[in-house]
Design a protein around this ligand. Structure first.
Ligand code: 3NM
Ligand code: MG
Length: 518
């Protein structure tokens, strides 16, 4: 009888590989358990079986999938699909051509195509295929001959470029620790997102395939805890309405004082003390730990916490630590701040930074200097729009104005962007660049600010930067005969005092002070 294909639901797509089964477990048991757990479509992919055993296996698996209403597709082999009477095939560009496959299988069968580039996506869209599998998203040992990884941004570009709506799954290296991040990062701004994800090892090699499938399905259907709420209508930063910004600074710092967020620093040896002191001064609670074994626990011990990853003296050995920390913070919806220190300096740092962004999980804020950010951008990180808003120039007499212009031009300038809104912050003091750790400790402040509020991450970060730079400006202006600020040494002490003082003032609610924000 002609197979009537169950409706195609690509939410959780299991691709088999008998060679990955744990000892003593059969493929039949695994497929049945996986479907119980929530797998919605199964592809039988057996690269080493001869035709007869392949057909026999397909029949046995189909006897399991069919009563459960889950389509069974055969990898590469139209003849096996026909012989077993299952619902369709999944083919690549080295297999039978799709027109012939369609002619042999008929219009009701499901035919899926592998896509690993925009060119292949165009060909697929022009064909009669029912869905595409885009991959590999990440490097995967399961398919050693796979194409180079596309990463989430590559998947997003392919989805965005599809000339016709075509259901798509992503495949390659997907597991419970990255599924939310991949689904979130691959979502195109105005095209259809992925219909689901496809996995091999995450289910086939799992100790408990039913639980693994259930976990993957739940995660892929739950908005990630760190996903930002819908874009706010607020436009306060585009017109730079100072009183509102100042009030945001005050609220953020007051809330930090109240909640005492824990900031788990994975940071470099040079700046540890200063970063810890700045965190304490603004009212946060620093903990410095590079232990991979306690990274997950550190994400769990305080209701308000954040993780700061600073690559300052990192090595490739730190990947495991970074992945452990990011994964658990992502799972709990806690913010992660990443400081790609020296990303452009050496190939190792560039690769490590790129690895963190692509594979460690979701990063809330990247805080870097110009060279670092440029390096990341060169690695394919999307940097959108430079619609920076210049604060209005407040001119006094001509001479003052010129001096200010020069002073401004030479000052550190912070640029903050969430891809839609971009803010240029021009406060702070040049001495900040002469004390080591001033940049790194800003990461601590951003982490603390995000730990207490992520409703609008850009605003939280802006509040943190402004407070930090205002403290620097006050420090440079705080010089007295008894306490002279003569250079980096005395500035460092005065700066720490002022971070503390600004936080105290905010906690006391003294919002009437006019910080020299300009
Ligand atoms: N196809 P895992 S990657 C079967 O890129 C397969 O088309 C790929 O295995 C593609 O989930 C892949 O264990 C293997 O990483 C995916
Ligand atoms: Mg193939």
């Amino acid at each position: 009888e002609p197979p009537t294909a169950p409706p195609l639901d690509l939410s959780l797509y299991l691709v088999t590989s008998s060679s990955l089964l744990p000892a003593g477990r059969s493929l039949e048991d695994t497929v049945e358990a996986a479907i119980k757990g929530g797998v919605t479509v199964v592809q039988l992919r057996e690269k080493t079986l001869d035709t007869r055993p392949f057909v026999d296996l397909a029949k046995r698996i189909h006897a399991i999938t069919r009563p459960l209403g889950v389509p069974l597709l055969i990898n590469d082999r139209v003849d096996v699909a026909l012989a077993a009477g299952c619902e369709g095939v999944h083919i690549g560009w080295d297999d039978i051509d799709i027109d012939t496959a369609r002619r042999l299988l008929g219009p009701a069968s499901i035919i899926g195509l592998s896509v690993s580039s925009q060119a292949e996506a165009d060909l697929a869209a022009a064909s009669s295929c029912d869905y595409i599998g885009i991959g590999p998203v990440l490097p995967t040992p399961t398919k050693p001959d796979a194409n180079p990884p596309l990463y989430s941004s590559g998947v997003r570009d392919i989805l965005a470029s599809l000339p016709r709506p075509l259901p798509a799954v992503a495949i390659g290296g997907i597991s419970s620790s990255n599924v939310q991040s991949i689904l979130y990062k691959s979502r195109p701004p105005s095209a259809t997102p992925l219909a689901g994800i496809a996995v091999v090892s995450a289910i086939i090699a799992a100790d408990d395939p039913e639980a693994a499938a259930a976990d993957l399905l739940t995660l892929s259907r739950t908005p990630p805890p760190w996903a930002p709420p819908p874009p706010s209508q607020t436009t306060i930063f585009t017109d730079f309405y100072l009183p509102l910004i100042i009030s945001r600074v005050v609220t953020t710092l007051r809330t930090i004082k109240e909640r005492k967020p824990l900031v788990h620093h994975i940071t470099n040896a040079v700046v540890r003390t200063f970063s810890a002191n700045v965190t304490l001064a603004i009212g946060g609670s620093p903990i410095m730990s590079d232990a991979v074994d306690e990274a997950p626990a550190l994400a769990n011990i305080a209701p308000h916490s954040a993780c700061l990853i600073n690559m300052g003296t990192a090595s490739l050995d730190d990947k495991q630590l970074y992945a452990a920390a990011v994964t658990e913070n992502n799972r709990l919806g806690k913010p992660v701040v990443f400081d790609p220190v020296g990303a452009g300096a050496t190939p190792m740092r560039r690769d490590l930074a790129a690895w963190i962004l692509r594979e460690a999980g979701y990063i809330d804020v990247i805080k870097g200097n110009e060279g670092e950010i440029r390096t990341l951008a060169g690695e394919g990180v999307q940097m959108k729009g430079v619609d920076a808003t210049d604060p209005p120039a407040s001119c006094g007499d001509e001479l003052v104005s010129i001096v200010r212009q020069v002073a401004r031009r030479e000052r550190p300038t912070d640029i903050l962007s969430d891809g839609t809104r971009t803010v240029l912050v021009r406060n702070g003091h040049p001495l900040q660049s002469l004390i080591t750790g001033a940049g790194c400790a800003l990461g601590s402040v951003l982490a603390a600010a995000l730990a207490v509020s992520r409703d609008d991450k850009l605003s939280s970060c802006l509040a943190g930067i402004l407070a930090y730079n205002i403290a620097a400006e006050r420090a440079s202006a705080s010089s007295t005969d008894e306490r002279p600020v003569r250079g980096p040494g005395s500035f460092s002490a005065a700066f720490l005092d002022e971070v503390y003082e600004v936080a105290e003032m905010c906690a006391r609610g003294q919002s009437e002070w006019t910080g020299p924000v300009n």
